[in-house]
Design a protein around this ligand. Structure first.
Ligand code: NAP
Length: 521
């Protein structure tokens, strides 16, 4: 049994008491304990602010970029071990690559952004000089400076590596130290990655700390210079957003929560066409990659009434050929959910969905799966539902079943399809499959205010598409409303999130001197 320790104030510390137990998702075996009781959370913040913050702020963007590059190289040396740990939460090889290599790629992206496009300076200038007086001796200009607090980064269980690294990369590049708080069920991978980084000596003192276990009273000690970046359920997001100290100090918060993402099939794509195969292949991938435990996974399928049956038949064939079980068994395409609580929560969600929809594929109570020792694992086979009446359905537009579960809804016309998509109340991503430019235009502007990303697939884009659920660091990750109202990645924008934008006003020569790239401020 492993004890997952926290890295606080430059030392590895175990929590007092027993902590929470982590289980192997495939076999149900107890593998680790994780607890943070007794940590000095305020001390961690202070240590980060004083040691890590001052060090990072004295580094230029290319120097911070080199740090990210070195972190990526260090982590890359340990890939086999990280994949082994990912197997403990049920990842197939493909799932583990999305999480581990995907996270390292985000570090690489920001290393390249910082190294190639940002100045050898400790702050950034923004936009043009604004002339504010007729003679021209009084002008204004914006600059971005790093905040002087700590970035507190709270992550969901489904991406212990990617979730951590995609937040760390922009905050370190901005010049802010981090305290990382992985979700307990999969904290082992984040723990080991931080352990590798600290042991290698690559992290300047105070720039990276880790909490394994609960966050304790840390939020009570945040100031206006700290930032909270949260990924997880909508209910935890609400607690953080409304935390009295966060409200009192207007602490900057970014919230990424759940999402009822949809995929829409255009009326021009007919049964038996290659376009329909692209569509069902995408749905199949989204239902089964990481056993559907992806915030961007497709939860709702909107298809024209005429092609509804063809879509169901095709999906039943694909899902029927899938082997579910221990990913270590050759040919197994989908592993388990993370723990028993996740299975029970998914079953409850399916039961609620079933009141307004019929299950057309899968048995939520199936107990036999491939591989020795899987009887005590946390498995669920893919479940496809068909809504009885898309307009009247409530639960399909409200309940996120965080597993391999999706609901198909038939629509009559473009207006209804847009209305149904928007009933998700704000989503991370939607996909539209069509060759019809007029349909695409109407869908784009009908869906845009409600989504963070929109993927448009036709025969030209399909073969090169990175996929509905794959988040690219160049592009926005986030969405309005139910999706949390936050924004991550998207290039430089997420670096700005950890900096203060300030308008400087004064005489032009003075501003020119002040805004010239400066190192080691
Ligand atoms: P969760 O239960 O809300 O937990 C998320 C994180 O918050 C965990 O680290 C958890 O720690 C921590 N936490 C719990 N209570 C807290 C509190 N009172 N104050 C501060 N932190 C607290 O979510 P989850 O079950 O890990 O993740 C699944 C959810 O995340 C799904 O709804 C999914 O859609 C969403 N998600 C969204 C995105 C996105 O980018 N939008 C990405 C991935 C996942 P403990 O584990 O120690 O309790």
């Amino acid at each position: 049994m492993i004890t997952l320790k926290s890295y606080a104030g430059g030392e590895w510390r175990s929590g007092k008491g027993k902590g929470r137990l982590l289980h192997h998702a495939v076999t149900g075996e107890e593998i680790a304990t994780c607890g943070s009781e007794g940590l000095d959370f305020n001390g961690m913040l202070e240590w980060g602010r004083t040691k890590g913050g001052s060090r990072l702020r004295s580094m230029t963007f290319p120097e911070r970029a080199t740090l990210l590059k070195t972190m990526a190289a260090t982590l890359n040396e340990n890939l086999p071990e990280f994949h082994e740990i990912a197997a403990s939460y049920g990842a197939t090889r493909r799932d583990a690559m999305l999480d581990v290599e995907g996270g390292i790629a985000a570090l690489g992206f920001y290393a390249s952004l910082g190294g190639k496009t940002l100045p050898a300076s400790t702050f950034l200038t923004d936009g043009e000089i604004a002339r504010l007086s007729k003679p021209g001796n009084f002008v204004g200009r914006h600059i971005y400076v790093p905040l002087e607090g700590v970035a507190v980064q709270i992550n969901a269980y489904n991406f212990p590596s990617w979730g951590m690294l995609e937040k760390l990369a922009p905050s370190l590049l901005a010049g802010m130290p981090s305290i990382v708080k992985p979700a307990t069920p999969t904290a082992w991978l984040a723990f080991r990655m931080v352990e590798v980084l600290i042991a290698s000596g690559v992290m300047p003192e105070g720039t990276l700390q880790l909490i394994c276990g609960s966050i304790g009273d840390l939020l009570d000690h945040l100031t206006c210079q700290d930032v909270v970046s949260f990924t997880g359920s909508a209910s935890t997001g609400r607690k953080i957003r409304s935390h009295p100290n966060i409200v009192k100090n207007a602490v900057r918060v970014n919230i990424e929560t759940d999402s009822l993402n949809c995929i829409i099939l255009g009326p021009d794509i007919t049964a038996g066409s290659p376009g329909l195969a692209h569509f069902t292949e995408e749905v199949f991938k989204e239902m089964t990659i990481k056993a559907g435990q992806k915030c961007t996974a497709i939860r709702r399928l909107l298809v024209p009434k005429e092609t509804e049956q063809a879509v169901i038949d095709d999906l039943k064939q694909r899902l029927g050929a899938l082997r579910v079980g221990d990913p270590a068994v050759s040919g197994v395409g989908m592993g388990p959910l993370v723990d028993q609580a996740a299975v029970e929560s998914a079953r409850r969600g399916i039961e609620a969905l079933s009141r307004e929809a019929e299950i057309v594929f899968g048995d939520p109570n199936r107990t036999q799966f491939e591989g020795a020792g899987t009887e005590r694992g946390f498995f669920m086979e893919p479940i496809l539902l068909r809504s009885k009446d898309a307009d009247r359905a409530e639960s399909a537009h409200e309940i996120e079943v965080f597993g391999p579960v999706a609901t198909l809804m038939a629509y009559r016309d473009v207006e209804q399809a847009i209305r149904l998509a928007r009933r998700g109340g704000g989503s991370l991503v939607a996909s539209v499959h069509s060759e019809d430019e007029d349909f695409i235009r109407r869908m784009t502007f009908g869906l845009a205010p409600y989504h963070g990303r929109l993927m448009m697939i036709n025969a030209k884009a399909a073969p090169e598409s990175t996929g509905h659920g794959v988040v690219m660091p160049h592009l926005v990750h986030g969405g309005p409303g139910r999706a949390g109202g936050g924004e991550e990645l998207g290039g430089l924008r997420s670096v700005h999130h950890y900096m203060q934008r300030i308008a400087l006003q004064g005489d032009p020569e003075r501003l020119e001197k002040l805004c010239a790239p400066a190192a080691g401020e």
